[in-house]
Design a protein. Structure first.
Length: 283
């Protein structure tokens, strides 16, 4: 077990998502940066869908009440074990009584903590991903207990030589396909979408990222249609809204672009004021 001494700014348990329930309005959820989540599990020899701890902006402080192995990926939150710095992108043994601490993110926005065997929290509709109105807890709380598997301290590290793709943290170009309503845009609007730089506004979370500046818009709203994580909607006011992992399943704004999976991962590591650009690609 792991005791949460401090929960951090916004920390949740996530796996790769909850599938097969969008018909009922259930969001996919899952790790915002799926690449970093998968990388943590690969370092530990876990299954791809093993649950990890996703920490946003400011990390947690955790006390281990069992021996296990951990791996830390994604944003750099300056992790320490018993007040001593430890490396990221590697598997590390921890013992009963050890305290793992994180600070604020100095590169990137979301950090992932994997444990050997994954976090064994409540499973709902085939997933351990925390989500509003789906799971009892929306995020972890200080004082709570997270269940993990007990591990012999003689654990042998797995896949310690894997190389993390730092472009997830460094890139600002987001590849995107044309959305269903892309052709309704004017020539000028299409040009601005791919030539202008946009910034992440202060309104960004697991549901959606709002971008600025606004894009002049006179398109009519559409009939409600399906949307996915990575769908980019253009509101009547001209604001671009990028739907993220906890997004709704349908929407009534024109869907002008659809991000690639890697682009969603890159955007999830951006925060208020960060700059991004779109690059159109073909199927």
């Amino acid at each position: 077990m792991i005791k949460v001494l401090k929960s951090g700014f916004y920390s949740t348990i996530q796996d790769q998502g909850r599938f097969g329930y969008r018909t009922y309005g259930v969001p996919v959820s899952g790790a915002m940066d799926s690449y970093s989540s998968l990388f943590a599990n690969a370092l530990l020899g876990n299954t791809q869908n093993a649950a990890v701890l996703e920490m946003t902006m400011i990390g947690a402080q955790l006390k281990f009440q069992t021996s296990t192995a951990i791996a830390i990926t994604g944003a750099n939150m300056r992790p320490t074990l018993n007040d001593l710095p430890i490396p990221m992108f590697n598997s590390i043994n921890v013992k009963t009584g050890d305290v793992l601490s994180f600070g604020n993110a100095i590169k990137g926005f979301r950090t992932y903590l994997g444990v050997e065997g994954g976090f064994l929290t409540e499973e709902v509709l085939g997933s351990r991903s925390m989500a509003k109105a789906i799971t009892k807890d929306v995020n972890i709380k200080s004082g709570s207990i997270l269940n993990v598997r007990n591990l012999s301290i003689n654990y042998k590290r797995k896949n310690a030589t894997l190389r993390f793709d730092s472009s997830i943290l460094d890139d600002q170009v987001l590849e995107a396909f044309e959305g269903p309503e892309f052709d309704k845009l004017s020539k000028e609007q299409k040009s601005l979408l791919v030539s202008r730089s946009f910034q992440v506004s202060k309104y960004n979370n697991r549901m959606a990222y709002q971008l600025q500046p606004f894009l002049k818009n006179n398109l009519e709203p559409i009939l409600t249609g399906p949307v996915l994580p990575g769908t980019i909607q253009l509101t009547p006011s001209g604001q671009l809204i990028v739907l993220m992992r906890d997004a709704q399943t349908t929407g009534g704004y024109p869907r002008v672009l659809q991000l690639t999976k890697k682009a969603i991962n890159i955007l999830s590591q951006k925060t208020t004021g960060n700059t991004i650009n779109f690059q159109l690609i073909s199927l």
